[in-house]
Design a protein around this ligand. Structure first.
Ligand code: ADP
Ligand code: MG
Length: 737
């Protein structure tokens, strides 16, 4: 029998937060009650037992069962993070394919644990690390992190055995992102070398046997879902315009269906913002015959404070006893399995998502709006049945569902440009890529292409070994072309400017490419949509002020090209003290610039680590822009197009017909251009282009412009002349000596 004192003591202990030694807040206990109702709580003991007995375990549970928020906390309670070396503490990592999920979930878990975000619980996404050095070194607290799968992969580059971590949780494994797939192979090796490390693979749906087979027959734990029935409706005829059809369906539900929130799946920021505006307008036109609504967008570049809005309750009735309000969430794929929103009763699924596709023959990777898989459609409808029976409206025919949709989404590794991945793997010391243990090995052609590109860039030597240059390049979280451009920019005396241009191009929104659909569902994007989506995000073009916006953009325009225009925007932003109202007046997106500025600072730090000089050519010098353009070419010499006599552009070597994207700032059609992006639509566009000179190709990248392996084309004949000209010049200087 315990003494009274002991009992009191443990009661008192239960009221003290072991992480910060403060008494728990009332909110902690409120949330705790809710947490205890989540399905994973019923299997907490079982989970911990299986984890104790095994090195690897696979956990499958319906979206919303509490995997992402609860499992890492269970692990934290049960696993000893102390090491024999008392100064070191280990951590728990939980990877998320999506940055929004990493941010949102870590914030939620910090709240559940009653601690401050960035201390005991942190997150880490590309260009943003919200975890504190203080805590990692702090002996009194454990630490756990949500991070994107890409970030964990980067950490492995400096810490190959991932020794900071005691338990690694790979979440959302069914998404099969490129980084997750590479981590699979890598962790299999690490587990052999680190018997103390544990791996938990979590997912909403899995081809369970395939995963078990791959992970040495690891045990599989299933968390039974709590799904209510969801009634599925299809359209009778294919929809011509899924956006318009989606909005119409929202309005109909709001007018005719009983209370319950609505979730609409669309493909990207522009489309979602547009839909939100239209929905709000159409419903407000209905007056007070319908209940109030709260329309909330959700996409990856949304600022965190706005992301939190999806968890707010629907608005109350306008007057007491009136019609209840409704929350309408308009989201990308994020809401499919990464984030669970309670209270959704109606789901609208147009059947599309932005997906990466890669064509190794022409080295083009694009984001295309393409039909989702049956598995995705199933997940989407499931979101309607979390709290009560629900309805899912599929904006395509049942026939389309049965005949046109693939069963599963293809793993990303099979539809990606692998140059970056190969560079990372080389840095990790994996030389034999062909025998690397990929769950689904990529096509040999794709691997060969990647090796070839890295060799042209000088990152790999002819034997495929990482060069000194390649080693530095691998430290930048950027595409190899861009890292190359940065690393060599001091040689062109313009690293300051190249840093700014890289940062402007790396703004997440600009990276997201194009908009086309491989439509088998019969629905076409609304007219004019291509145009809106394709405008780089730093320029704002509101519908009601398009002319003023275009004029504002023209004021930044540089006649030699879009890269230099971006540089002008960045300089003007800094000269105007980063003033948001200046941004507003000039139709520039303040958030995009702020984020570019942040990216720039991170790149500066990496440059400094390798003693890469920060320098500029004198602005009044004639070489100021010439040097910048040459430095860009040093990275992007494989992305060049030549103007043919017929008046159209052909990409060099690949001989693809392309057009300058209408958003370009050039006042002429240059003979040679470099481009940042190849946009596949009904026509092939090259976007973000800059005028360069043919002579520079010969000077900067003679190994690539080696005419002995060049297809016959106009560009080749021009280059031949340029080589002869260079020869002649050399001879002249020689004879003058
Ligand atoms: P799973 O990973 O199994 O899909 P989660 O752990 O993400 O499930 O979600 C468990 C519960 O936590 C859900 O009911 C979800 O709505 C809730 N939740 C998650 N994040 C938040 C948040 N930021 N605010 C409020 N509730 C949240
Ligand atoms: Mg989850």
């Amino acid at each position: 029998v315990k003494s009274n004192g002991g009992a009191n003591n443990s009661v008192a202990n239960a009221l003290i937060n072991r992480w910060n030694a403060r008494p728990y807040s009332q909110r902690y206990f409120d949330i705790l009650e809710k947490r205890k109702t989540l399905p994973v709580w019923h299997q907490k003991e079982e989970f911990l037992q299986v984890l104790k007995d095994n090195q690897t375990l696979i956990l499958v549970g319906e979206t919303g069962s509490g995997k992402t928020t609860q499992i890492p906390q269970f692990v934290l309670d049960a696993v000893e993070l102390e090491t024999p070396d008392k100064r070191k503490k280990m951590m728990i990592a939980c990877t998320q394919p999506r940055r929004v999920a990493a941010m949102s979930v870590s914030r939620r878990v910090a709240e559940e644990m009653d601690v401050t975000i960035g201390e005991e619980v942190g997150y880490s996404i590309r260009f943003e690390d919200c975890s504190s050095a203080r805590t990692v070194l702090n002996l009194t607290s454990g630490f756990h992190r949500y991070l994107t799968d890409g970030m964990l992969l980067r950490e492995a580059m400096t810490d190959p055995l991932l020794e900071r971590y005691k338990v690694i949780i790979l979440d959302e494994a069914h998404e099969r992102t490129l980084a997750t797939d590479v981590l699979f192979g890598l962790l299999k090796e690490v587990l052999k070398n680190r018997p103390d490390l544990k791996l938990v693979v979590m997912s909403a749906t899995l081809e369970a046997e395939k995963f078990q087979g791959y992970f040495f027959g690891a045990p599989l734990m299933k968390v039974p879902g709590r799904l209510h029935p969801v009634e599925i409706f299809y359209t009778q005829e294919p929809e011509r315009d899924y956006l318009e059809a989606g909005i119409r369906t929202v309005v109909q539900i709001h007018m005719c269906e009983p209370p319950g929130d609505i979730l609409v799946f669309l493909t990207g920021e522009e489309e979602i913002e547009d839909a939100c505006r239209k929905i709000t307008k159409e419903i407000s036109n209905l007056g007070d015959q319908v209940g109030p609504v709260k329309v909330v967008p959700l996409y990856s570049t949304l600022p965190p404070a706005m992301q939190q809005k999806i968890f707010e309750p629907p608005p109350p009735p306008l007057k007491e006893g009136g019609i209840p309000g409704r929350k309408i969430v308009v989201s990308t794929n994020i809401a499919e399995t990464s984030l669970t929103i309670d209270g959704i009763v109606y789901v609208i699924d147009p059947g599309f998502a932005k997906q990466k596709v890669y064509n190794p023959r022409v080295r083009v990777e694009s984001l295309l709006v393409s039909p989702i898989s049956k598995a995705s459609a199933h997940q989407r409808s499931g979101r309607a049945g979390r709290t009560q029976p629900g309805k899912c409206f599929r904006l395509y025919t049942e026939r389309s569902f049965n005949n046109d949709l693939q069963p599963q989404t293809y793993p990303e590794i099979l539809r990606s440009n692998l140059a970056n991945t190969v560079l990372t793997l080389k840095k990790l010391g994996i030389d034999d890529l062909v025998h690397f243990d990929f769950m689904d090995p990529p096509a040999p052609e794709t691997l060969m292409r990647a090796l070839e590109v890295l060799n042209y860039l000088g990152a790999l030597d002819d034997d495929g070994n990482l060069t000194k240059l390649g080693e530095i390049m691998s430290e930048f979280p950027l595409d190899p072309q861009m890292s190359k451009m940065l690393v060599v920019s001091p040689e062109f005396n313009c690293s300051n400017e190249i840093l700014s241009i890289s940062a402007m191009l790396s703004d997440e929104c600009v990276l997201l490419g194009c908009h086309q659909q491989l439509s088998s569902l019969g629905s076409m994007p609304p007219v004019g949509m291509h145009h809106r989506i394709l405008i780089p995000n730093c320029f704002v073009r509101p519908r009601e002020a398009q002319k003023a916006a275009d004029e504002a953009k023209a004021r930044f325009g540089h006649i030699d090209g879009d890269h230099l225009t971006l540089l002008n925007v960045y300089h003007a932003y800094k000269q105007n003290n980063e003033d948001p109202s200046w941004c507003y007046d000039n139709f520039v997106n303040h958030r995009a610039l702020k984020s570019a500025d942040n990216v720039r600072q991170q790149l500066v730090r990496i440059m400094a680590r390798f003693n890469l000089k920060q320098c500029s050519t004198d602005f009044n010098s004639r070489d100021y822009y010439v040097n910048i353009r040459k430095a860009m070419l040093a990275g992007y010499f494989m992305q060049v197009a030549h103007l043919e006599r017929t008046g159209h552009y052909l990409t060099v070597k690949d001989n693809q017909v392309v057009h300058l994207h209408p958003s370009n700032c050039l006042d002429h059609k240059p003979e040679w251009v470099i481009y940042n992006e190849y946009v596949l639509t009904s026509r092939n566009f090259i976007r973000t282009v800059t005028d360069i000179r043919g002579e520079w190709l010969v000077d900067v990248a003679p190994h690539y412009y080696d005419l002995s392996n060049f297809p016959q084309c106009e560009a080749k004949r021009v280059l031949e002349k340029l080589y002869k000209k260079r020869e002649k010049e050399k001879e002249e200087t020689r004879s003058r000596r």
